[in-house]
Ligand binder design. Structure first.
Ligand SMILES: Cc1cc2nc3c(=O)[nH]c(=O)nc-3n(C[C@H](O)[C@H](O)[C@H](O)COP(=O)(O)OP(=O)(O)OC[C@H]3O[C@@H](n4cnc5c(N)ncnc54)[C@H](O)[C@@H]3O)c2cc1C
Length: 393
């Protein structure tokens, strides 16, 4: 039987970071992945440029049933630490918006960086290798059963990611292993995902598909201000992806399509100043014309501003500043960027990512119930949690 100190399941962001750190500390490390290539999610991330971290990383940018769990790891491995790796590799990057750092070139550079560090740390990488199961024949170690044979090791790190984008070959292995070893799970759901409308609302909004505008969107207790996009299925754009992590079925979301402006007051002022303008033309100064027309028509307004009683202008302003709409669902794991929920952090040690009840079994990255906002936070969690486990195994 082959023997290693550490077997890492999953050659994604978290698994590779963990393996690098463990290898640097002299551990004999094997990383197993069933995919043909490592870091496939890194390759497609950030539109091919990988939003590899966010300089505003802080615990309040993460969702979890146990919000304080991520504090330790995020403090110990910071965005600056990953930036230092990127700089040392000579990879050019830029800050796009809201602290989001992207490669100037390609996400492939981040994968190459990780592969180079894996090589230097003496880590073995085994691809196209399906994991059949993990056993713990004695308290001192594990046996990982793969298609190619059984591997004995003293620590197993589960870095198999979440459920998003099933066509990339995601499996439930991480969750199955948690169940097998009695580690509790927090219910999972798609997050950072477009929201969908019912057929009635879709008919009403069909003409808007493709329209994009800055908006503030409130869902549950959270609110975000970024770009909104109307789609053929409902709503998308960064602001909706962010809100989707806080939205639950049956809830409405509140959209402000002109954040920072009191549209009713503006309409009244325009009525007094130049009452012969059409309401849609006035709205079109703040909104894309198609959207401005759609909102004005939706309010059934006929004639110019001067023809409208103030109450109607108030209602029109509210349609822009407080559009309340009830999505019927989300696009699901097919397009979700991440999975909310996962391995319950109350069963893990926040310094080592080890299951308290199963010495030697660690969980890192997206499989854990720590989910970041859009904008590089999820990779920062993958690096940080992987780094912590790598120090500990
Ligand atoms: C389209 C898209 C764009 C994104 N863009 C960004 C971005 O720009 N910035 C950001 O911060 N986050 C982004 N994310 C989220 C980010 O990709 C994930 O949070 C991150 O990849 C999680 O890392 P991980 O290592 O935990 O899991 P993964 O990267 O998913 O890695 C898991 C690995 O485990 C392997 N695996 C799974 N099951 C098995 C099995 N049974 N046997 C063997 N191997 C297995 C998989 O093949 C995979 O290689 C994006 C996600 C998507 C879908």
């Amino acid at each position: 039987m082959e023997e290693f100190d550490v077997v890492v399941l999953g050659a994604g962001a978290a698994g590779m970071m963990c393996a690098i750190e463990a290898g640097k500390r002299g551990r004999r490390v094997l990383v197993i992945d069933h995919a043909k290539a490592p870091g496939e999610k890194i390759r497609i991330s950030g539109g091919g440029r990988c939003n590899f971290t966010n300089v505003h990383t802080a615990p309040d940018r993460f969702l979890s049933a146990n919000p304080s769990f991520c504090i330790s790891a995020l403090r110990r491995y910071r965005p600056q630490d990953f930036i230092a790796l990127v700089d040392a590799a000579g990879i050019a990057w830029h800050e796009k918006t809201l602290g989001q750092l992207f490669c100037d070139g390609s996400a492939r550079q981040i994968i190459d960086l990780l592969l180079e560090h894996l090589r230097r740390a003496g880590v073995q990488l085994r691809l196209e290798c399906a994991v059949r199961g993990v056993r713990r024949p004695s308290a001192g170690g594990f046996e990982v059963e793969t298609m190619g044979g059984t591997i004995a090791c003293s620590a197993v790190v589960v870095a198999t990611g979440g459920k998003s984008i099933p066509k990339m070959g995601t499996t439930g292995l991480g969750y199955d292993l948690a169940r097998q070893f009695g580690v509790p799970l927090v219910e999972t759901r798609p997050a950072l995902v477009p929201l969908t409308f019912d057929t009635h609302l879709l008919q009403q909004t069909q003409a808007l598909a493709g329209v994009s505008t800055p908006a503030r969107v409130a869902a549950g207790k959270a609110a975000f201000e970024e770009a909104l996009l109307f789609t053929h299925r409902g709503l998308s754009g960064p602001v909706i992806l962010q809100a989707s992590s806080y939205w639950r079925e049956g809830q409405a979301i509140a959209l402000d399509l002109a954040p920072g402006a009191d549209v009713a007051a503006e309409l009244k002022a325009e009525k007094a100043a130049q009452g012969r303008q059409s309401p849609a033309n006035v709205l079109a100064r703040r909104l894309p014309r198609r959207l401005a027309q759609w909102i004005a028509e939706g309010q059934g307004l006929k004639g110019n501003l001067a023809d409208q009683p103030d109450a109607r202008l108030k209602a029109l302003g509210a349609a822009v500043n407080q559009w309340v709409v009830k999505p019927v669902g989300s696009e699901g794991y097919r397009t979700a960027e991440v999975t909310l929920g996962g391995v319950d952090t109350r069963a893990l040690n926040s310094r080592t990512m080890m299951a308290e009840a199963v010495p030697g079994l660690h969980f890192v990255g997206e499989v854990v119930d720590v989910t970041g906002w859009l904008g590089g936070y999820n990779f920062q969690w993958a690096w940080a949690s992987g780094w912590c486990a790598g120090q500990a195994v």
